[in-house]
Every structure is written in structure tokens, then in C-alpha cells.
Design a protein around this ligand. Structure first.
Ligand code: SER
Length: 601
């Protein structure tokens, strides 16, 4: 039997032999700001299809350009299947095998490679394949059909936009028609194993808009290939097991747990613990928002189900070591972060365990009430689920699992939607609430500045750009040892604190003002780009290091003059700033100076 480790290696060796550069998996925290977690192998390569030249851009993890063909085994995480975890085939975290071409080979090679790998390297018969049947804007993929036929695959089925047109991920990006390979499971069911995407288009908007006919498709100058093969699913078929959990890797790490009669809980524990290890190792920490919230949900659901199986906190902590021992060869980063993983798991466990019992008691009461009236059940239970999360930290998924176990019939998807809606409303309200805590009535919080009406927004926006200009000019006049220590902007004035050992002279102040106002007069364009914090620093963008930056940051550039990591907002051209005057210079503390400035008119 081919082991999962062997299949991974064979995949990479096969594509290496066909001229592909092997690129390590990127982090589960993507560089792409439009998605919370890495959901596909192509994520780290997205810019190579449209913006970056793969033959000259140095790829950060291999230290050289990757060229036009690459292959990887990528860790991915998707919440879309979270409700299905527990059945034979669904996971939250999974590995994706992929080969990619950026303006290099296209349909003929991509299909031939896939055919050879499936039928020769892992020796599976292909049941059938699919191709794109065409739409109003994209023609039927007759070329792929002909290639399959030439390889002796004659069962070629035609499907539409929903199934065989991939992407884009996030709010825009590459996309195109796909061809998929189907193979039989040990139970004789045909499942999709490989999705081969021909990235021919750049979509102006999200996939949702695309399906609704509201997005624009432009041809990519050099079309590419993006393939994705779910690793665990492939292993299931190669090893002819009845489920993903019966494959060698899951059996090695979780075999004893998976023997439990409560199959669903056992599988949830296996899946969620594995995901927890990988997410924590990549630096995600449990919290109440964004990816931190995704992690908190799966960690807490893990706790609920592990207790059902009689597993203790120590059992879970010890098991993280087994996960790491088994996957560390393919993913060295998890080995390095063992102690982070254990610490964070322990912390979250303790935090949640305190309120869990209380939550379960409350659940029983709330459920008993809600089920009396089937007509209002979804609404009432959505509210209950939300209250249970707020008061006892019980994640929605765990609440819904409890409902499932009760045997009560209800619409889980509707409930999920309704409860998530309540959570979103709540997050909006608390965002507005935290804006209010800065003082002021009807406060408008736009990016980093605050104001109470549109006119004030304009004024503080001008001063915000003036602050960037001053920061840079101070460094030019006083030296690079000037570092921002703080900044505060009101509609009346800006205040800027920075490191410098002595009082500024009148000449220095005049010199700074001159540099700033000269820059204003040039009417520089102010532009913004989003990038990883690492890249921003590498490009020399100034950053105020007292802040804790997210992985992806905005970098505002004023002409060629200044570049800063910043939340905005800014004017679009420097003439809008007006004349900048420094009105006061004073000491704040030893080694820290403060200037106040105004913009006129
Ligand atoms: N991007 C495609 C997918 O995720 C193929 O890699 O299925």
C-alpha cells in the first residue's frame, strides 16, 4: 500500500521531473487581504497570474524566482464544510496537491500530466471527466474534450458555471473553466479527485457577482493553469478505505479515538484537533473576530466533543505532539511551534471549561422552551445560540450539534444563517460602541481619524496626510533617528510625538515646514497598496512600531516622498492639504519631542 507520505513525495517528484519548481506550502494566514484563511493551493501564486512576473520576482520562501511552472502541497482551511465534518469525506483543514503554470504550458500538458499521474503513478482508473459546457460569455471547452479523447478518456461530461468554472477567490482575481477528474471510491461511488483550472480571465469582482452576471471578465494576457487535488480524498481512494479517517495518517494519529462508538464526535475531535494544531502553529490565536473566531469555534467544539468521549485536557495536549510527530516531516513549521500550540490550547481550554457546564445547563432549558413552538423555533433558537455564545462561550456549531443529537428535526442551515446574522449585527454595534469611547457625539470613525461631521472629516483627512509629510520631513532635517511615538488629530490641529534628544531650533522648524509645503505644492498623488506587513517593512515603509499590525496592511505613498503603513484616510493629491504650519514645539518626556501643526486655509 502506498502511504500518504509516499503519495505526497511522488506527486512532487513527478512534477519536478516535468520541470516544475517545488514551492513549500505557504502559511494558513494568507497574504491576500480578501480572504481570512488560505483556502487553495493557488492562493500564494495568485499575483503571478496577473500582476507579478514569475520569472523575475523573487519568491519569498525559495529565495529565487519560481519561473513559469510550480508545484506544491498546500495546507488549506475551509469553513464551508464544517457542518459535514463527521461524515466519511469532509474536513476543515486539508492538504491540496497542485501544479501551476503562469503563462507557460496550457491545456494539453496540464491534462496529460494529470492523466499520467492518476493512471500510472498512483494507478487509478478514471471513471469520467467533466468539461465546461459554455455560457453567454465563455465558449464551450472543446479543446479539453479533444485532449481527453486523444488520451483514451471518452466519458467526457459537460457542466456549467456552478461546477466547472473556478474562482475568483476573494473580491477579485484570476478564474476560468475547469476540467475535473472523477474516480471510484472503495464503495463504488464516483468522486471528484482533481480540479484542473484554466485561468484565462481576470474577474473584476467576487464569484458571487460573477454568478449573478454582475462581474466583468477580462482575458489574462498570459493564461495559466491552476490545479488542485484534495490530498486526503486521493489517499482514501488509493488506499481503498471507507473514509478519510481510515487512511494511514488519521489511523496513526487518532486510531484509538476513532474506534469510539460515537463516530461523529470522534471524527470531529480528530479533524478539529488537527486543524487547531496547524492554525495555532501558523500564528492564528483564538478570539472573537475574523480568523481568530474561526479558530475559537473549532477549538471549543473540540472541547465539547472530546469531553463526550471522556478525553481530558491532558489527553488533547499530549495528542498535539502525536499530530506534530506525524506531520512535522512535511510541515516543519509545526514542529518549531509545539510550545505555542500547547500553551494556546491550554489557555483556551481553561477559559472555556469554566463556563461550559453552565452553558450546557442553559442549553437544556432554552431548547426545552424553544421546541414547544415549531413555528418560531429557528428564530428563538438563533437568539438562544447567540446568547449562549455571549454568556457561556458556547460556539454555534456546538449548540447545533447538541440539537442534532437530540433528534429534533430542524433546518440547520437556516439556523446557522440566522445566528450568524445576529452575530454580525452585534459586531457592527460593538464597533460603533468602541468608536464612541474616544469621546464626542455622533462620532465618525474613518480609518485612523475621528470627526463629527463631513466637514471635520475633510479637515482631519488633510491633517492626516500632513502628518505623513511632517514625519518624513523631520527625518530629513533631524536625521533617521526620528521615530514616531504618537499622533493625535482633531479638527483643530495635529499633534505628533517623536524621538529626538533636544529642542528643535527655529531654523530646523522652518526647514521642515519648507520641505512639507514644497511637497504640497508639487501636488503629489497619494496612493494606497495592500501588502503583507513583512513586505511593507522590506520596502522601507515607515511603521509606528508601538502598534500591533495585522498580517496585511495598507501602505500609503505620497508621490516619491513618503511611504507609511497606515489605516488612512488620506487626501488624493497633496494640494488638498493646504499650507502646513508648525505652531508649537515642546518636550513630552526625556528624548521625546512634540509638535503641533495646523493646515490652512
Ligand atoms: N483553485 C482550484 C481549487 O481550489 C484548483 O486548485 O479547486
Amino acid at each position: 500500500m502506498m502511504t500518504s507520505n509516499e503519495i505526497r513525495i511522488k506527486f512532487l517528484e513527478f512534477f519536478k521531473a516535468h520541470g516544475h519548481t517545488i514551492v513549500p506550502s505557504s502559511s494558513l494566514i494568507p497574504d491576500d487581504p480578501s480572504v481570512l484563511l488560505t483556502t487553495a493551493g493557488m492562493q500564494q501564486f495568485k499575483p503571478y497570474y496577473a500582476e507579478l512576473d514569475p520569472t523575475t520576482t523573487v519568491h519569498p520562501s525559495i529565495g529565487q524566482p519560481i519561473g513559469r511552472s510550480a508545484a506544491s502541497v498546500q495546507k488549506c482551511f475551509r469553513t464551508s464544510d464544517i457542518d459535514e465534518v463527521g461524515d466519511a469525506t469532509h474536513l476543515t483543514m486539508f492538504e491540496m496537491l497542485g501544479n501551476f503554470s503562469f503563462g507557460g504550458y496550457f491545456k494539453k500538458e496540464a491534462i496529460s500530466y494529470a492523466h499520467e499521474f492518476i493512471t500510472k503513478v498512483v494507478g487509478l482508473p478514471i471513471s469520467y471527466v467533466t468539461i465546461f459546457k459554455g455560457s453567454d460569455v465563455v465558449p464551450k471547452d472543446l479543446e479539453s474534450k479533444a485532449i481527453w479523447n486523444s488520451l483514451g478518456v471518452n466519458d467526457v461530461r459537460e457542466e456549467g458555471m456552478e461546477d466547472v468554472f473556478w474562482g475568483p477567490t476573494g473580491s477579485k482575481g484570476p478564474c476560468g473553466p475547469t476540467t475535473e477528474i472523477y474516480c471510484k471510491t472503495s464503495e463504488g461511488k464516483d468522486v471528484e479527485v482533481w480540479n484542473i483550472v484554466f485561468n484565462e480571465f481576470l474577474c473584476s469582482s467576487s464569484r458571487e457577482d460573477l454568478l449573478a452576471g454582475k462581474a466583468q471578465l477580462d482575458r489574462l494576457p498570459s493564461p495559466g493553469v491552476d490545479t488542485g487535488m484534495g490530498f486526503e480524498r486521493l489517499v482514501t481512494i488509493v488506499q481503498k478505505t471507507a473514509s478519510i479517517y481510515d487512511t494511514d495518517a488519521f489511523q496513526t494519529v487518532f486510531g484509538d479515538i476513532l474506534k469510539n462508538d460515537n463516530k461523529k464526535s470522534a471524527r470531529i475531535v480528530a479533524d478539529h484537533l488537527r486543524s487547531t494544531v496547524f492554525l495555532l502553529a501558523d500564528g492564528v490565536t483564538p478570539s472573537n473576530k475574523d480568523r481568530g473566531y474561526i479558530l475559537r469555534r473549532i477549538m471549543r467544539r473540540l472541547v465539547v466533543h472530546s469531553q463526550k468521549l471522556g478525553l481530558s485536557k491532558t489527553d488533547l495536549l499530549n495528542r498535539t505532539e502525536t499530530v506534530i510527530a506525524n506531520y512535522g516531516g512535511a510541515y516543519p513549521e509545526i514542529v518549531k511551534n509545539l510550545s505555542v500550540v500547547k500553551d494556546e490550547l491550554q489557555k483556551e481550554y481553561d477559559k472555556f471549561a469554566n463556563t461550559l457546564k453552565d452553558g450546557l445547563n442553559k442549553f437544556n432549558k432554552l431548547f426545552a422552551n424553544a421546541k414547544n413552538d415549531p413555528a418560531t423555533f429557528v428564530d428563538a433558537m438563533a437568539k438562544n445560540a447567540f446568547d449562549l455564545y455571549q454568556s457561556s462561550g458556547l460556539p454555534f456549531d456546538a449548540t447545533f450539534d447538541l440539537l442534532d443529537e437530540s433528534g429534533f428535526a430542524y433546518d440547520r442551515a437556516a439556523l446557522q444563517n440566522r445566528a450568524t446574522g445576529l452575530m454580525k449585527e452585534h459586531q457592527e454595534i460593538s464597533k460603533a460602541g468602541s468608536a464612541g469611547k474616544f469621546g464626542g457625539h455622533g462620532l465618525i470613525l474613518t480609518g485612523e481619524v475621528k470627526a463629527s461631521n463631513e466637514e471635520e472629516v475633510k479637515k482631519v483627512t488633510r491633517m492626516h496626510t500632513a502628518t505623513h509629510l511632517l514625519h518624513k520631513a523631520l527625518r530629513q532635517v533631524l536625521g533617521e533617528e526620528v521615530h514616531q511615538q504618537g499622533s493625535d488629530i482633531t479638527p483643530e490641529r495635529l499633534r505628533f510625538d517623536f524621538t529626538y534628544p533636544q529642542k528643535m531650533t527655529a531654523e530646523q522648524i522652518a526647514a521642515v515646514e519648507k520641505i512639507v509645503n514644497d511637497e504640497v505644492a508639487k501636488d503629489d498623488a497619494v496612493t494606497m497598496a495592500e501588502m503583507s506587513f513583512k513586505q511593507a517593512v522590506a520596502e522601507g515603509a515607515l511603521a509606528f512600531f508601538k502598534n500591533k499590525y495585522p498580517e496585511t496592511v495598507k501602505v500609503y505613498r505620497v508621490g516619491d516622498f513618503s511611504k507609511e503603513v497606515c489605516g488612512g484616510p488620506h487626501v488624493t493629491h497633496t494640494l488638498e492639504v493646504g499650507t502646513v504650519k508648525i505652531v508649537k514645539e515642546e518636550a513630552v518626556s526625556a528624548g521625546v519631542r512634540r509638535i503641533r501643526a495646523i493646515v490652512e486655509p
